[in-house]
Design a binder for this molecule. Structure first.
Ligand SMILES: Cc1ncc(COP(=O)(O)O)c(C=O)c1O
Length: 413
């Protein structure tokens, strides 16, 4: 006889909480006090941000790192540095945080959505190829949840078609594709250090680049259009003050000391959890091919095939939370179904309104993204993977328990 589910008044499988996020302690206090006492609180005078930029870039094997105020601005500056302009088309996935597309709108360019591969949750290279027009200038890929996109195929498309490739690696600190760290493989890579991210200082971001000229443009734009070696009051490019403060740099330097151990825990636990969940009918973990040599597991994503599992996604999420495993359905809508796109509330940013008005996004349809958003996607946060193997067993056991009791759970709705 199946065990009584917690949503039916049974005992929850797990009572202990999972690890909290962020994790911090004396190290962060020490570096913050160090920055405070230095009296150098802005990045130009201080050394915290500069030291972090060097370490983060080196770790990802990028020649340059430019820290900025957040991941949204990192994307915007990457597009500006690449000279993306009014009327240009930029291919983006529809399954991502709004910034991936809004940064394109803010350069007056046109976001063009390309559907996902259902198994990996990542943008499908064939859909990218099909979305290219003579106006396409760039592709932004998102390594969803920390799983690298198909970089071989997409880099090849970018090279053949002469397109800029920007990696939105907001979920993918330290993720590897065939042994190379993502964010430093395309022309430019952007990261976020916002509170929920695998490396955080509350708010922050960084741009990585190997190309000298692009890096110099990013650095200038993030510093009011100034150029190194030139006077403070000389401005050469349209830019702004997008610099990170020394306090944020100090927190990042302390968090950085913890990063590799945490990344290894996520990788080990994520792999193990994936193997266990793959054995449960109707649960399909995000597909990871051998070219992914390290997943960042910012999110542990899986698809629920409701018929096979025997329960709807909404009911599963309730049942799982009741068993003590916090979870969510992730992005609820493809980006093009957000009111911003449906209502065209783009403000001053309307593309090139005369020769190339923005398309009618109400006609957009990316079926795989729709399926994941509206019925199949489930996410667990990375903090759940920072514990032990027993924690992973609890997650898998909870799903097995729910699966074993599914007939009762369905009958009782
Ligand atoms: C995929 C993706 N891109 C960009 C961003 C923007 O980063 P930020 O919140 O630091 O502006 C986020 C943050 O949630 C994200 O998840």
């Amino acid at each position: 006889m199946a065990e009584k589910l917690a949503i039916h008044g049974g005992n929850p499988l797990r009572i202990r909480p999972f690890p909290d996020w962020p994790i911090f302690g004396e190290e962060e206090e020490d570096t913050l006090v160090r920055a405070l006492r230095s009296g150098k609180w802005g990045r130009q005078a201080g050394s915290e941000v500069a030291a972090f930029e060097r370490e983060f870039a080196e770790y990802h094997r990028a020649k340059h790192g430019i820290a900025v105020v957040n991941g949204t601005v990192a994307l915007r500056l990457a597009l500006m540095a690449a000279d993306i302009a009014a009327g240009d088309e930029v291919i983006v996935p529809p399954y991502t945080f709004m910034a991936t597309a809004s940064a394109v709108l803010e350069t007056n360019a046109v976001p063009v959505f390309a559907d996902l591969d259902l198994d990996s949750f990542n943008i499908d290279p064939a859909a990218i190829e099909a979305a290219i027009t003579p106006r396409t200038r760039a592709i932004i890929v998102v390594h969803l949840g920390g799983l690298p996109v198909d970089l071989d195929a997409i880099s090849d498309i970018a090279r053949r078609r002469g397109l800029i490739l920007i990696e939105d690696a907001a979920h993918a600190h330290g993720a590897e594709y065939r042994g190379r760290r993502v964010g430093a493989i395309g022309d430019l890579g952007t990261f976020s250090f916002q509170s929920s991210k695998n490396l955080t200082c509350g708010e922050g971001g960084i741009i990585l680049a190997n190309n000298e000229e692009l890096a110099e443009r990013c650095r200038s734009i993030h510093n009011c259009g100034r150029l190194p070696g030139r006077a403070w009051y000389e401005h050469f490019l349209l830019g702004g003050n997008y610099r990170l403060s020394e306090f944020q740099g100090a927190v990042l330097n302390a968090q950085w000391r913890r990063f590799d151990v945490q990344a290894t825990a996520r990788e080990t636990n994520g792999k193990y959890l994936s193997q266990r969940l793959a054995r449960i009918p109707g649960i399909v973990p995000q597909y990871r091919g051998p070219e992914c040599t390290r997943h960042a597991y910012h999110l542990f994503a899986f698809r629920l095939l409701a018929e096979e599992f025997g329960m709807s996604r909404e009911r599963l999420l309730e049942a799982l939370a009741a068993e003590g495993v916090p979870c969510s359905f992730g992005y609820p809508l493809p980006l093009y179904r957000q009111p911003l796109f449906l209502d065209r509330t783009f403000g001053a940013y309307g593309g090139d309104a005369v020769s190339r008005p923005l398309p009618d996004y109400r006609r957009e349809n990316c079926p795989n993204c729709e399926t994941i958003c509206t019925s199949q996607g489930v996410w667990l946060e990375h903090r759940l993977l920072l514990g032990t193997r027993e924690d992973m067993d609890d997650i898998a056991d909870a799903l097995e328990k729910i699966h074993a009791s599914r007939a009762v759970a369905v009958a009782d709705r």
